[in-house]
Design a protein around this ligand. Structure first.
Ligand SMILES: Cc1cc2nc3c(=O)[nH]c(=O)nc-3n(C[C@H](O)[C@H](O)[C@H](O)COP(=O)(O)OP(=O)(O)OC[C@H]3O[C@@H](n4cnc5c(N)ncnc54)[C@H](O)[C@@H]3O)c2cc1C
Length: 411
């Protein structure tokens, strides 16, 4: 089912379809299975990483860049096309239709750009945003600390002003993608005398050993090391890199958390759908599809994925009518992550006793369904735990009284 978005968006869809047909380099579609990764984690990402280093992918990136089709939802003055959420969603749908990848700038695009646009000075916007679009700056997120995850306002990493620089000392942990980053956005305490949320600063810090940052990969149960802990030993950043002003970091931090657009609304379920059909294929092959309880659980998964699809269409329809998104982000995060945890358990039951055995191979070998299971366990923790999402839905959507600690982060 497709929402009728009206003539203007239909013309836009056609324009994008033609552009992709004319510009997607030969061999790009075949380079990898671009559609297969509903969630981060596991080792499946390694194949995609290899494909993104290929010259064909680099050529695709260049063509998208030349046409301002990377971060296209950003305003034109910041290197985008000023697209609304619907155009962004339509473009995603067309990329999917052609089986070619969207090129994204990760946390820079989704988490760092928005607060710079909202809270940054014109000089900061002119300096930092084009570097995100071009891919020169790759960000990781320095929010969580060993003792502070959900309770983001309690971060202890210190920031001390020294001339026109901020000197940052402390430890961050669970930093996803740190291995590939050259910048980190850090929330640090610059005023220890101010109340909890008021003495924090949001600062963009060069992420290198030369700048006093030591990065230690953390091994996950899948054997992969998708995140790291980072030790900042007097790491320096110019005061120019403080977004929103000293001691005013909570505002940009909340902009990061609250930034929600419907761009993936109509495509988000597709990875889950494909993953489910792959599992159904396996169940048919190994006879598990004849087990009534397995069939029941597969049918349950199907309904959940369809619910994701309809929720996406509803969000798109409401955006098309000019309404702002409400608590959809928390509802959708809670929904897909809890679904995926059940799906991971079902996947191992479909595999059967073999799921308990690791395949042969170098290092810590695991098979694809073991990877799915492992990765699914993390989904209800990162980007705000399920309990935190429930707090947000209870307090912001349903207007229930605030819990004793209030709500915390969503990344
Ligand atoms: C795969 C993965 C990637 C991650 N990537 C990053 C990253 O790139 N950058 C980053 O900064 N962090 C990252 N994190 C960290 C993640 O944001 C935190 O793990 C998460 O916010 C929870 O914090 P915590 O682990 O300290 O648990 P805690 O906050 O200590 O929570 C422990 C338990 O208490 C519950 N709880 C806490 N507070 C409340 C409350 N107020 N009401 C009800 N229940 C509550 C939680 O739901 C949880 O069950 C990542 C985590 C994972 C698993």
């Amino acid at each position: 089912m497709e929402v009728d978005l009206g003539e203007e968006y239909a013309a836009f869809r056609l324009e994008m379809r033609e552009w992709i047909e004319a510009n997607a380099p030969a061999g790009l579609k075949e380079l990898a299975d671009w559609s297969w990764q509903p969630v981060a984690g596991g080792k499946r990402g390694a194949a995609l990483l290899k494909a993104t280093a290929d010259p064909i992918y680099r050529e695709w990136t260049k063509r998208l860049l030349d046409a301002n089709l990377i971060c296209a939802q950003w305003p034109e003055e910041f290197g985008g096309r000023g697209w609304d959420s619907i155009r962004f969603a339509v473009f995603n749908e067309e990329l999917r239709r052609h089986g070619v990848p969207a090129v994204r700038r990760g946390m820079g695009e989704t988490l760092v750009g928005p607060p710079i646009m909202v809270h940054g000075t014109p000089e900061q916007q002119a300096y930092f945003l084009p570097r995100i679009v071009s891919g020169e700056d790759v960000y990781c997120q320095g929010y969580s600390e060993p003792n502070h995850g959900s309770d983001l306002g309690a971060v202890e990493t210190k920031g001390v002003v020294d001339g026109d620089e901020l000197v940052i000392t402390g430890q961050k942990t669970w930093t996803s993608g740190a291995q590939n980053a050259n910048m980190i956005f850090v929330l640090c305490r610059t005023n220890p005398d101010a109340p909890k949320h008021r003495g924090l600063s949001y600062v963009l810090v060069p992420f290198s050993q030369e700048n006093g940052v030591t990065v230690v990969p953390l091994r996950q149960m899948s054997g992969a090391s998708g995140f790291c802990e980072d030790f900042l030993d007097a790491a320096r950043a110019p005061l120019f890199n403080v977004i929103g002003g000293l001691d005013n970091g909570w505002a940009p931090a909340m902009t990061t958390l609250g930034f929600e657009r419907g761009g993936n609304a109509t495509t988000a379920h597709l990875g889950f759908e494909q993953e489910l059909w792959d599992l159904i294929g396996l169940a048919r092959k190994n006879g598990k599809a004849n087990d009534p309880l397995i069939r029941q659980r597969l049918a349950w998964c199907f309904t959940q994925v369809q619910l994701m699809r309809y929720a996406g269409l509803r969000l798109l329809a409401s955006l098309a009518e000019g309404r702002q998104p409400g608590p959809e982000a928390s509802i959708s995060k809670l929904f897909w992550s809890e679904y995926h945890k059940s799906f991971g358990e079902l996947a191992l039951d479909v595999v059967g006793a073999d799921a308990m055995i690791r395949p042969d191979g170098e290092g810590y070998a695991t098979n694809e369904w073991q990877d799915v299971f492992f990765a699914s366990r993390a989904g209800t923790i990162y980007s705000g735990t399920s309990q935190i999402q429930k707090n947000i839905i209870g307090e912001r959507a349903l207007g229930l009284p605030r819990g004793p600690q209030g709500i915390a982060k969503v990344t």
